[in-house]
Design a protein around this ligand. Structure first.
Ligand code: SF4
Ligand SMILES: [Zn+2]
Length: 363
C-alpha cells in the first residue's frame, strides 16, 4: 500500500477491488474479445443503421492506474491486459465490419473499452488504419468513438479528418455527472468540468472546418445516491450539457459490473440500481426541457444486476424506451408498481436512504 499514499480512502479501496478482480480474471485473446452487432439507430441524418464494433485493447489507462478507475466500470475485464498486435487488431476490425451488408448511410460506433484516442489503448497505427478504411467506404456517413478528455486535442482531430474527409465524427465523453462531488468522489472519474468544457469548446470551435460533434454520457444513480437525487442530477447534467453546447446526451443507468466498488456495496445491500421508472422520468423530463437529442441505454434492464421495476412491466418499458430513442418521443405507460416507486422518490429526502427501505435490516 505504500505506493498509494497520495490516494484517498475511496481510491485505495477501489484500487484494491480492481487489483483483486484483475487477479481473478481469465485472459482472453483479441479474437475472443472482438465483436460486433448491427441495429436501428438515430443517426445525425435521421433514423438509420449503425454497426457497433468492439476493438480489443490492452485496457483503459485510467482503470489500470493508481486509483483503480471509475467505481462502476469493469470494461477492463473485456481487455487483453497485454500488448496487442496492430495488424491483428485491424484485421479483426475488418472481419467484424465486413459481416454486414451496408445499403444506405450508416454510422459506425467503435468501442475500445476505454479511450479510442489514447495511443496506449489504440495505437496511432491502428487508429489511422481504421479511420482510413472507414473514410474510403461510401456507405459510412458517421463515425463515433469514445474518449476521455485528456486525449482530445486539435492535432488529433486534424489527423482524424485527414482520413474521414467530410464524414461526421462524434467524440463521446463519459462526463457522468455535472455535479463535481458525484463525479470526483462517488465515481472517481478523475477529470473536472473544466477538462470537459475545454474539449466541448474545442469541438465547437472546429465546426466551421469539420463535421464534428460531441456527446456526453451521464451515469444514472452512482453509488451513495438515492432515487430522487439520481433523477435530479441526471436532469441537471443534461441541462448543463445543453447550455455548454454538447450535441447529444446519452444516459447510462448503473448496472452491477463484476469486480467493481458498486458490486461490493450491492452485495452488502448498500446499493440498488435505479428503478426503470427513474429512467423514464429522466428521459421524459429531459426531452421536455432540453433541446438536444437524448438517449437512454437499456443494457441490463429487468435483470437482477440492472434497473428493475416489476416482472409485469420490465420488458415492455425496455422496448418502449428503445423505440423512443429512435424517435425522441415521450414514454407514457402505467403499471401497479409505479406507486411504490413514487413513494420511494417522494420520501427519499425524508429518510435519506440510498437503497430500498425493505432491504435495511430491521433488528
Ligand atoms: S468508465 Fe471509461 S474511463 Fe472510467 S474506467 Fe471505464 S473505460 Fe475507463
Ligand atoms: Zn410494473
Amino acid at each position: 500500500m505504500e505506493n498509494q499514499s497520495n490516494l484517498n480512502e475511496l481510491e485505495q479501496f477501489n484500487k484494491e477491488i480492481r487489483t483483486k478482480a484483475l487477479g481473478r480474471m481469465k485472459k482472453r485473446t483479441p479474437q475472443q474479445l472482438s465483436g460486433s452487432w448491427f441495429n436501428d439507430d438515430l443517426l445525425y441524418s435521421g433514423i438509420g443503421k449503425t454497426v457497433y464494433i468492439i476493438v480489443p485493447t490492452p485496457g483503459c489507462s485510467w482503470a489500470l492506474g493508481d486509483s483503480g478507475g471509475c467505481t462502476m466500470c469493469s470494461y477492463i475485464s473485456d481487455c487483453t491486459l497485454e500488448p496487442v498486435d496492430d495488424n491483428e487488431i485491424f484485421e479483426l476490425f475488418k472481419d467484424e465490419f465486413e459481416k454486414y451488408e451496408l445499403v444506405g448511410q450508416t454510422a459506425v460506433k467503435i468501442f475500445a473499452s476505454g479511450s479510442f484516442l489514447n495511443p496506449l489503448e489504440v495505437s496511432i497505427n491502428v487508429r489511422n488504419n481504421i479511420l482510413k478504411y472507414l473514410g474510403e467506404n461510401e456507405f459510412v456517413s458517421e463515425v463515433i468513438v469514445e474518449s476521455r478528455p485528456e486525449y482530445v486535442d486539435e492535432s488529433t482531430i486534424d489527423d482524424v479528418f485527414s482520413f474521414l474527409g467530410n464524414k461526421l465524427f462524434e467524440i463521446s465523453i463519459g462526463l457522468e455527472s455535472s455535479n463535481d462531488f458525484t463525479r470526483e468522489e462517488k465515481i472517481n472519474k478523475g477529470f473536472s468540468k473544466k477538462d470537459f468544457e475545454r474539449v466541448i469548446n474545442l469541438i465547437n470551435s472546429l465546426k466551421n472546418k469539420y463535421n464534428i460533434k460531441s456527446k456526453a454520457y451521464s451515469l444514472v444513480k452512482p453509488i451513495l445516491t438515492n432515487e430522487k437525487e439520481a433523477i435530479d442530477e441526471a436532469i441537471e447534467t443534461a441541462k448543463y450539457c445543453g447550455a455548454i453546447g454538447v450535441d447529444r446526451i446519452s444516459f447510462t443507468p448503473t448496472t452491477i459490473h463484476r469486480g467493481t466498488l458498486v458490486e461490493q456495496l450491492w452485495r452488502r445491500g448498500a446499493y440498488q440500481p435505479p428503478w426503470i421508472w427513474t429512467t423514464v422520468e429522466i428521459i421524459n423530463s429531459v426531452r421536455n426541457e432540453i433541446a438536444i437529442p437524448s438517449f437512454m441505454d437499456t443494457s441490463g434492464f429487468g435483470s437482477r444486476r440492472g434497473p428493475y421495476n416489476c416482472k409485469k412491466c420490465n420488458k415492455e418499458l425496455k422496448h418502449r424506451i428503445i423505440d423512443s430513442n429512435l424517435n425522441q418521443s415521450l414514454i407514457e405507460y402505467e403499471c401497479d408498481c409505479k406507486g411504490e416507486w413514487k413513494a420511494i422518490v417522494s420520501n427519499a429526502d425524508l429518510n435519506k436512504s440510498k437503497t430500498f427501505i425493505r432491504h435495511l435490516p430491521l433488528v
